[in-house]
Write a protein that binds this ligand. Structure first.
Ligand code: DWN
Length: 408
């Protein structure tokens, strides 16, 4: 889908960073499928009206989210803890009705968050279009509906289950191109006292850390408080609270309600002021971002080529969706990185999208450790460092590209 205009304001978009030809972020594949591999031109554009940074062109959702979707949320034990805490914070927030509350989660994946509501005996529904991950959620007792959420689906849910006290989503809203229909759906779904609580990678962190790898096919939007306030304001809803999160290299949790239902918390005005200072509402900020991205690529290639010239062995750690942007934007293939290890069975034995580096089981990393490991899963650094003490003790070193390219 090629949108030269902003999906929110309908105004024309100004091109900000061109990442060239990119494959699907999670399109891990076998050699027999190389000839038909899908690519699209990945360019982000900015609208000064909606203040939303977004992909100008995005593959059709059916190409990205299907019954072979390669990402399972529960691959990280830290994330399981994070979502248990997210669920507890909603249960203790005072926004849920005391009698028979109803909670809906969009993109519940393998049930990592909703299983906590199931365990607490709270009526819930997960709306998850990828049937393979939804099936795992079902095994945890989570009730699911395999659909792409929009206004029509929201109205069906209301007619069957009634309106909801809370609409939740984590790392999902930024994936949906027809976000206007989703917001209309949220508006219809929520009780007059209901709240929408969702979190996504935060544009402020992406700009500050030059973490351009958060930009790939699935992430059609890169949200800020400014753009979320504008988007929901179009549909009679108000941003009432924000809470910064450490997950995914810096995320923001947004709380929205029907306009006037609750007072707006100080956290919102504070974050809006911080964003003004950072220039998240200005086109010029994205020019600076582009220059930083280009410098990051130059530094990374110089480092990898230098190490290779010294005969060092480099492997990747975590075949993330994010790594697809880095590898394809920088042109890093098996000549520089021998393999990428990953604990997800569905990715193992396949090759990375576009650059075709082998993805191997985690055990290959421990059996055949490299001299340097490129930490593609840098957002899970704390969890990974805690379990890779032997690699470091044996002299193994890490490469990261955020907030700058370095070895440690
Ligand atoms: O928004 C999205 C986020 C939430 O998840 C999706 N669009 C897709 C996906 O993005 P990602 O692939 O960049 O997410 P992660 O969580 O950074 O992926 C981590 C990868 O690393 C997984 O494939 C699992 C793997 N892993 C590993 O091999 N060993 C992870 C950990 C923690 C480990 O110890």
């Amino acid at each position: 889908m090629n949108n030269q205009v902003c999906r929110i304001s309908g105004q024309s978009l100004t091109k900000s960073v061109d990442f060239g030809r990119q494959p699907l972020g999670n399109g891990f594949l076998l050699p027999q499928d190389y000839a038909t591999e899908y690519f699209f031109p990945m360019v982000v554009g900015f609208s000064e009206t909606s203040m939303m940074l977004q992909l100008i062109e995005q593959p059709a959702p059916e190409k990205m989210f299907h019954e072979h979707y390669a990402f399972y949320s529960s691959t990280s034990s830290y994330m399981a803890k994070h979502f248990a805490e997210f669920a507890q914070s909603v249960m203790g927030s005072g926004y849920l009705a005391r009698i028979d509350p109803f909670v809906v989660e969009l993109g519940c994946n393998d049930g990592i968050m909703l299983k906590n509501f199931f365990q607490a005996g709270i009526r819930h529904l997960g709306i998850e279009p990828s049937r393979n991950v939804a099936a795992v959620a079902n095994t945890h007792g989570v009730r699911t509906l395999s659909e792409f959420f929009d206004e029509a689906v929201a109205r069906n849910v209301v007619s069957q289950d009634g309106q909801a006290d809370a609409f939740l989503a984590a790392n999902v809203m930024c994936h949906i191109p027809d976000i206007q229909s989703v917001v209309k759906g949220i508006q219809a779904l929520l009780k007059p006292t209901g709240v929408a609580v969702f979190e996504d990678p935060y544009l402020g962190d992406i700009i500050e850390k030059t973490s351009y790898d958060q930009i790939y096919d699935e992430h059609v939007f890169l949200f800020s408080a400014h753009s979320i306030k504008y988007l929901f304001g179009l549909h009679g809803m108000e941003l009432i609270d924000v809470q910064a999160q450490k997950t995914h290299g810096g995320s923001m949790r947004y709380v929205l309600a029907h306009a006037g239902a609750y007072p707006v918390k100080k956290s919102v005005t504070e974050l809006l002021a911080k964003e003004q200072a950072l220039g998240l509402h200005l086109l010029s900020t994205f020019d600076k971002f582009r220059k930083n991205v280009e410098r990051s690529r130059t530094d990374l290639l110089a480092l990898l080529r230098g190490l290779k010239a010294q005969g060092k062995r480099i492997a990747g750690y975590g075949a993330t969706s994010k790594s697809t942007t880095i590898l394809n934007y920088c042109g890093i293939g098996p000549d520089l990185i021998d393999y990428i290890c990953d604990t997800t069975p569905i990715k193992q034995g396949k090759f990375t999208p576009g650059m075709h580096i082998p993805v191997v089981p985690y055990e290959t990393f421990t059996a055949n450790p490299p001299d340097y490991a490129f930490l593609f899963a840098w957002n899970h650094a704390e969890e990974i460092m805690a379990k890779e003490k032997d690699f470091m003790a044996a002299g193994g070193k890490w490469i990261v590209h955020v907030p700058e390219v370095k070895v440690f």
